[in-house]
Design a protein around this ligand. Structure first.
Ligand code: ADP
Length: 403
């Protein structure tokens, strides 16, 4: 495939995009852009691949905000797509449910199905699908591909995938799925690229960002992961609780008279680092605070991350390699050190100098577990998956345009 691909990663309050030039099997980054503060103070920043800033502006919140944002993306990419035509848009879609693992060319019927999964991803799925529908309206001629965050985990250990609930619900598809799959795909590919030997190791990848999860993998394949049916389970996150006793939810409903919608709001938006600190869900803010509740929140984040780590290790019956990634994992030497020190019983020893320098390998030579920092890149995975779907549909002679 030759031309350009737009990779779109729509979150609840941000919209990230990248434009890639594709020449055969080579991908070249052209632009990276991000809308932040979408619901309060929208801001757009766009840079070329070499870091040259081409746009950095505050936007007004309008009635048709989403549509305005997409139109702005088209304005920004126009000079580039005039030279190399835009072939498709690749969307990060949180949940593929029981039906989709491989990336898929979108049509209305598939979008309808993906909408039924919104209760299992209320923070992301609506934003993901809103941009699909808007693109369809304003650029109906453009093929759109969905790339699923659940896909990487589709073959996890059967026991890891199951909830111990009655068969009739299992049959309806209530099972553990797992998320951050685009990020884990990138890391697995990187491990393989670094060495065949490395990718064979029993590895836990810690994707620590606003949303955090861990994945137990070997041979580049997922065996277990910390999130489940929804991206609410597992580690404590920026504003999400992570795993809680399901009885907590029932008790809150019965004793506090909270509705399902109120509990959902509390567990997705008001918990985690924000809930415990009462200050912020952003780790950097908590790190720079003297408030004892900020310290408690960080301490609990580390405690619970280590607990989840031990579950991943138990599933694999061991660990030989640990990888930190995403906003916190890539940038916070403090959190990496705290986690590694607490996990010393697993044979993990960190090298302070390497850790402080954000080096590629941060374990000491004596460590039984090799610890690495690998910056993730979900957008390149989006672009590659999208290009492969478009190439397949060209081969099959089908029209890639959304029907
Ligand atoms: P997402 O893509 O899910 O929005 P990110 O992967 O960008 O999230 O991670 C955001 C988190 O990373 C925030 O909690 C932020 O404070 C944290 N973070 C980013 N840079 C640093 C840093 N230099 N030190 C500590 N935390 C950081």
């Amino acid at each position: 495939m030759n031309g350009t691909i737009l990779a779109l990663n729509a979150g609840s309050s941000s919209l990230k995009f990248r434009l890639y030039e594709v020449q055969g099997d080579q991908f070249y980054l052209i632009l990276r852009g991000q809308f932040d503060g979408v619901n309060e103070n929208p801001h757009l920043a766009v840079k070329e691949a070499d870091g040259k800033e081409i746009c950095n502006i505050d936007l007004k919140i309008g009635e048709h905000m989403q549509e305005d944002m997409l139109e702005r993306i088209f304005d920004v990419i126009k000079p580039y797509t005039a030279k190399s035509p835009l072939q498709a848009v690749g969307h990060r879609v949180l949940h593929g449910g029981g039906r989709f693992a491989d990336p898929v060319l979108l049509n209305d019927e598939i979008v309808d199905y993906l909408e039924t999964l919104i209760p299992m991803g209320p923070l992301h799925q609506p934003a993901n699908l809103a941009s699909v529908k808007l693109f369809r309206r304003i650029r109906p001629e453009l093929p759109q591909v969905a790339c699923f965050d659940t896909a990487f985990h589709v073959n996890i250990d059967e026991r890891a995938a199951r909830y111990p609930i009655p068969l009739e619900y299992e049959a309806k598809g209530y099972r553990r799925f797992g998320f951050h799959g685009l990020s884990y795909t990138y890391i697995a590919d990187r491990l393989r690229e670094i060495s065949d030997y490395l990718v064979r190791k029993r590895t836990v990848v810690a994707h620590l960002g606003s949303g955090s999860s861990m994945c137990a993998m070997r041979d580049g394949k997922a065996i277990d992961t910390t999130m489940g049916l929804t991206p609410l389970g597992g580690l404590m996150m920026g504003t999400r609780s992570g795993t809680v006793d399901p009885g907590l939810v029932l008790t809150l409903m019965e004793k506090e008279n909270l509705s399902p919608a109120e509990i959902k709001h509390m567990l997705y938006y008001k918990s985690g680092l924000l809930g415990v600190s009462g200050i912020s869900g952003d780790l950097r803010v908590l790190m720079s605070s003297d408030d004892p509740n900020a310290k408690k929140a960080i301490d609990l984040f580390v405690f619970r991350a280590c607990r989840e780590l031990s579950i991943m290790v138990a599933t694999m019956q061991g660990i030989e390699s640990l990888v930190f990634s995403a906003g916190i994992g890539e940038n916070s030497s403090v959190i990496r050190k705290l986690i590694c020190e607490r996990a010393a019983w697993l044979g993990i020893q960190i090298d302070d100098e390497a850790n402080n320098a954000n080096a590629e390998i941060i374990s000491s030579p004596e460590s039984r577990v090799e610890v690495r920092v690998i910056p993730t890149d979900e957008e390149i995975v989006l672009a590659k998956q999208t290009a492969s779907v478009i190439a397949e549909s060209a081969k099959a002679g089908t029209s890639p345009v959304m029907a």
